[in-house]
Design a protein around this ligand. Structure first.
Ligand SMILES: [Fe+2]
Ligand SMILES: [Fe+2]
Length: 289
């Protein structure tokens, strides 16, 4: 077990930081489309020579939109995964059961928050924006894998969220409502990363070395699955940008934007989780055991 975290402490922390949906995004809240949504280190739009500065800003905002929609999408498989695990731990200590249920409840709240954000975004963006999916199909494809594989994929995502907020979002000057949303999400995700570390250890506990290896291989399969979704998302963003700016980009410009944005998606969503030292530490502990 990872002795660094406890269910009781994460439960207390989650009660302390807990927020209501209405306090973060009220129905009357409007987004400010004169500001960037994501820091440059997550969106990588500033150096795209084929775009005007207004188009770079629009692409940044489209990346902000897809950022939260993609979170909503992965949380659609995190929620059933955590609920299934909580069901299997119903006879555990009170603090563990409560912490797991709190985790699930917060993810359900985040899913709703991101849907509300998406509606607010679309209301003022004017032209259609699209995200990969449907979320249910992606969730089913992920949940087909072993429990350990899914636990590691969730852990990857939770630590990635922490890294994004602490190293990129926190000090950046961004659209205020979007930044507030990321701040509140991060507050609760900090507990999820710890809880999912405990879950991954619990799931790995009864497994033999062949099953552990299978779990790690499954994690890699899930990452590849998400990676191909991200490649497709970069295309959808480019189509949305073309609609929003009212121009068809020359073929060469399209290829350049697509290649750079695919690299960006992979750095932001894959490398940041897979290379996170705390994620790697858990994988090392589990595979050593
Ligand atoms: Fe979340
Ligand atoms: Fe989470």
């Amino acid at each position: 077990m990872d002795a660094a975290y406890s269910y009781r402490e994460t439960l207390l922390a989650s009660t302390r930081v807990s927020w209501r949906l209405e306090d973060v995004l009220a129905p009357s809240d409007r987004l400010d489309f004169s500001a960037p949504f994501l820091p440059e280190s997550l969106a990588h739009t500033a150096s795209l020579a084929a775009l005007s500065s207004a188009e770079r800003l629009t692409l940044n905002q489209l990346r902000g939109y897809s950022y939260l929609r993609l979170f909503g999408l992965v949380e659609e498989f995190i929620l059933p995964f955590v609920l299934d695990h909580a069901r299997s731990r119903v006879d555990a200590e009170d603090a563990e059961v409560r912490a797991l249920l709190q985790f699930a409840s917060e993810e359900a709240k985040h899913i709703e928050l991101f849907k509300r954000f998406a509606a607010a975004f679309r209301e003022d963006f004017r032209t259609p924006v699209e995200v990969i999916g449907p979320a249910r199909d992606i969730a089913d494809a992920v949940l087909e894998h072993s429990q350990l594989g899914v636990a590691l994929a969730v852990l990857h995502i939770e630590w990635m969220t922490q890294q994004h907020y602490v190293e990129a979002v926190k000090s950046a000057s961004l659209e205020p409502l979007f930044k507030r949303l990321l701040h509140h999400h991060w507050l609760e995700e900090a507990q999820h990363a710890k809880l999912d570390t405990l879950i991954a250890h619990k799931v790995a506990e009864p497994l033999g070395s062949a099953e552990i290896q299978q779990g790690i291989a499954d994690y890699q399969r899930i990452v590849r699955l998400l990676g191909s979704g991200l490649d497709r998302q970069a295309e959808l963003d480019l189509e949305a940008l073309s609609r929003a700016s009212g121009r068809d980009f020359p073929r060469e410009a399209q290829a350049e934007i697509l290649a750079a944005q695919r690299r960006s998606y992979h750095r932001t969503f894959i490398d940041a989780g897979r290379e996170h030292p705390k994620f790697r530490r858990t994988v090392a502990q589990i595979s050593r055991a």
